[in-house]
Write a protein that binds this ligand. Structure first.
Ligand SMILES: Cc1cc2nc3c(=O)[nH]c(=O)nc-3n(C[C@H](O)[C@H](O)[C@H](O)COP(=O)(O)OP(=O)(O)OC[C@H]3O[C@@H](n4cnc5c(N)ncnc54)[C@H](O)[C@@H]3O)c2cc1C
Ligand code: FES
Length: 423
């Protein structure tokens, strides 16, 4: 029989054995946890490296496969997306590879239309993600006459696309261009805001985020009048499954009875996308904001974001042409003067005063009856090139088209000094 002392020693030993055993088990668990964490980290790094390598390959391919001037594309599919909105799928007629592009960029088209003395040029955003082999997609809304001029002719090129162009037709297209782009290599959370057909560049962005399985926080606000105008409704809804960090917020300003009765609900908010809605839903203002839509919406949102202390470099926006005024960007970059600047159009003999709210040189010319040809109205096609006889201009954004020395692209030029232009 063990003495009480021996018994006590056994109990102590057993206790010690238990503690040591537990310690070893804990160490083992810790080791396993650390190994799993390291594996996860490695996997994440491997994924990031492969994404970066893919992006580098795309950039290299883009440089190799890009083209200058216009290239022929065949329309290979035409799909109705919503009322008066069609997508056109384009394949290069020469069958050679297509360069990738950056989500948010656009294509420039040149068309010879029956009854038009000159060819016409228009831009359309690429509405799908980069990297879809052998085809591009643009999504075009038929533009009606202005509400206050119902007898005016409808939009020339958008009507031509809808009424005259179909599968098998050939169009002339410039390489992707534009600076309204989402940087896929940044981790920062983003807010994408679209109104109407302005959804096209943002579709490209959100599709690219889903394709790269981005972990960025993504908010997508989309405003339309009602369900009939809701472009790619099902696609956007399906994206919320593919991209778990996506929060889709659809606003209908004038929902129909059918819209109200729909299940699952097609929209979350009645009204327009407003700064109040953003402030109510977003956890903070710490996002990069990308906006494309009608001018009143863009102006209100850009002003509202600035007032909400969002730094200017985090607010990105694109207007679809000069009718869509980019109010906050119209200050002549580099010009400090608040005085009017004298612009003389020497050929037409007109002298005008340019102030910050006058818009580009092209807009000033048009308002004063000075004829300057235009096409894309976005600095990409070169149609509005005008010789500068004296003075200096600056650009609202970097031109996509080549600018000859001594000339300027009137659609994106604003004066830095008084000007004499050959127009
Ligand atoms: C970078 C960029 C990207 C773009 N992306 C897209 C896109 O993805 N999808 C899209 O649908 N659009 C896009 N656009 C807009 C597009 O380029 C065209 O501006 C649009 O299709 C209208 O062109 P249109 O030739 O049909 O109309 P236009 O012929 O240019 O007419 C414009 C308006 O003027 C009116 N009008 C014409 N003649 C008269 C007259 N005599 N008197 C009074 N009014 C008149 C027309 O009725 C119409 O309302 C983009 C624009 C830019 C700059
Ligand atoms: S209109 Fe195309 S560059 Fe000005």
């Amino acid at each position: 029989m063990d003495s009480p002392l021996q018994l006590f020693a056994w109990v102590i030993l057993a206790g010690l054995a238990l503690v040591v055993g537990q310690f070893i088990v804990n160490q083992f668990r810790l080791f396993r946890f650390a190994r799993q964490s390291a594996e996860l980290e490695h996997e994440y790094l491997r994924e990031r490296i492969s994404q970066l390598a893919q992006r580098r390959r795309e950039t290299r391919d883009q440089a190799e496969a890009s083209w200058s001037g216009f290239r022929k594309f065949r329309i290979v599919d035409k799909v109705l997306e919503a009322r008066d909105v069609c997508s056109f799928y384009l394949s290069p007629h020469d069958g050679k590879p297509l360069p990738a592009f950056r989500p948010g960029q656009y294509l420039t088209f040149q068309l010879r239309l029956p009854g038009q003395p000159k060819s016409v040029v228009r831009c359309y955003s690429l509405s799908d993600r980069p990297g879809v082999p052998e085809r591009y997609r643009v999504t075009i809304k038929r533009v009606p006459p202005p509400p206050n001029q119902p007898d005016a002719p409808p939009g020339l090129v958008s009507s031509y696309f809808h009424d005259q162009l179909g599968v098998g037709d050939i169009v002339d297209v410039k390489a992707p261009a534009g600076q309204f782009v989402l940087d896929l290599d940044q981790p920062s959370p983003v807010v994408l805001i679209a109104g109407g057909v302005g959804v096209t560049p943002l579709l490209s962005m959100v599709n690219a985020l889903a394709e790269t399985r981005s972990t960025r926080e993504v908010w997508f606000f989309y405003g339309v009048r009602q369900g009939r105008e809701h472009i790619m409704k099902e696609h956007l809804r399906a994206l919320t499954d593919r991209l778990p960090t996506l929060r889709l917020q659809v606003c209908y300003s004038d929902p129909s009875e059918e819209d109200r009765a729909a299940t699952p609900p097609a929209f979350q908010h009645t009204g327009r996308v407003s700064i109040d809605l953003l402030k109510r839903l977003l956890p903070s203002n710490q996002f990069d904001f990308y906006i494309c839509g009608p001018p009143p919406m863009m102006n209100a949102l850009v002003d509202g974001l600035r007032a909400w202390q969002v730094p200017a470099e985090r607010i990105h926006f694109e207007a679809f042409g000069s009718a869509t005024v980019k109010k906050p960007a119209l200050q002549s970059p580099g010009s400090t003067t608040t005085q009017a600047l004298k612009i003389q159009f020497s050929r037409s003999g007109k002298v005008c005063a340019w102030r910050e709210d006058a818009g580009s040189v092209l807009e000033l010319a048009e308002k004063n009856g000075v004829a300057i040809d235009s096409g894309c109205r976005a600095g990409n096609c070169g149609t509005c090139l005008v010789a500068v006889k004296s003075g200096e201009v600056t650009y609202l954004h970097e031109p996509g088209a080549q600018v000859e020395a001594g000339s300027c692209l009137a659609c994106i030029a604003v004066p830095k000094t008084a000007l004499v232009l050959d127009a």
